[in-house]
Design a protein around this ligand. Structure first.
Ligand SMILES: [Fe+2]
Ligand SMILES: [Fe+2]
Length: 270
């Protein structure tokens, strides 16, 4: 995906606003910008570099708020869509279809993992690595891991937690280079904050390092416009590796049930 640097900076409120952001916040903003561009309708995306100038400086919401809570897409097309009701016992697939669609980026990422023969746990991790951005965007690696931890192996949750930090560090052994895009957007002196660097250094020594690393490998190639994606190839993998609670997600009294309910009912006032 081509990113227009000027449009991207404008989307954050201009160069002065961008200067005030931490490096990590800038990097987060870039990923969210690309995800939103990818999910925008194709005719809008065609010339979106000019059009996608969201969030004027006087915006009334924080940029770290989840996609379910703020209108997405080019400004003149932004609307808050009505949400379809969820079934009484919602499954992960229901969340994909009724709350996260089109979820293009995570589907592209998981499709690449599947096609390149990665393990089913890595495929699942890729499929779920950014879904929490519907709820909250800031520090999405940690939030994302927490959301799914009661339902997946600890390896999958760990990989998702650490992909956020690993994005900034190359690993030639799997052909992961520091994204050229980050150099273009943030300049060559970009320094991740200490907590990200420490998380990376700890992850590097961990047995599951490669699971988290492979998320970043698939992440990098999952921003192609106009790619047809579907959840169908992943239904069986979800069945084998995601412990669907019989009461339905949100109603199972797990430590994160409230997070699922919040995505189910984002319009509830309290
Ligand atoms: Fe991510
Ligand atoms: Fe991602």
């Amino acid at each position: 995906m081509e990113i227009d640097r000027r449009a991207f900076l404008a989307s954050l409120g201009g160069a002065a606003v961008v200067d005030a952001l931490s490096s990590e916040a800038k990097a987060e903003a870039l990923e969210h910008y690309m995800s939103e561009l990818l999910d925008a309708p194709l005719d809008a995306a065609a010339d979106a570099d000019d059009q996608l100038v969201p969030a004027p400086p006087e915006a009334t919401v924080r940029r770290g708020v989840g996609s379910l809570f703020v209108p997405q897409g080019p400004p003149e097309r932004r609307q808050m869509p009505a949400l379809p009701p969820m079934p009484a016992k919602p499954t992960l697939v229901d969340f994909f279809n009724l709350r996260w669609a089109p979820a293009n980026h995570v589907l592209q990422s998981a499709t690449r993992a599947l096609k390149t023969g990665m393990s089913e746990e890595v495929v699942l991790a890729c499929l779920l690595h950014d879904v929490v951005q519907n709820l909250i965007k800031v520090d999405h690696g940690w939030w994302g891991a927490q959301l799914i931890r009661p339902y997946v192996s600890e390896k999958v949750a760990w990989a998702i937690q650490h992909h956020q930090a690993l994005r900034f560090y190359p690993d030639p052994s799997v052909g992961y280079e520091y994204p050229e895009l980050y150099v273009r957007i943030y300049g060559k002196d970009y320094e991740p904050p200490d907590y990200i660097r420490r998380t990376y250094e700890d992850a590097r020594k961990h047995t599951w390092y490669m699971e988290a690393r492979l998320i970043t490998v698939n992440d990098l190639y999952a921003f192609e416009r106009g790619v047809e994606v579907s959840l169908d190839p992943f239904i069986e993998i979800i069945g084998r590796h995601f412990k669907q609670p019989k009461e339905g997600l949100g109603y199972d009294n797990s430590p994160t049930a409230h997070m699922w309910r919040t995505m189910m009912f984002p319009d509830n006032p309290l």
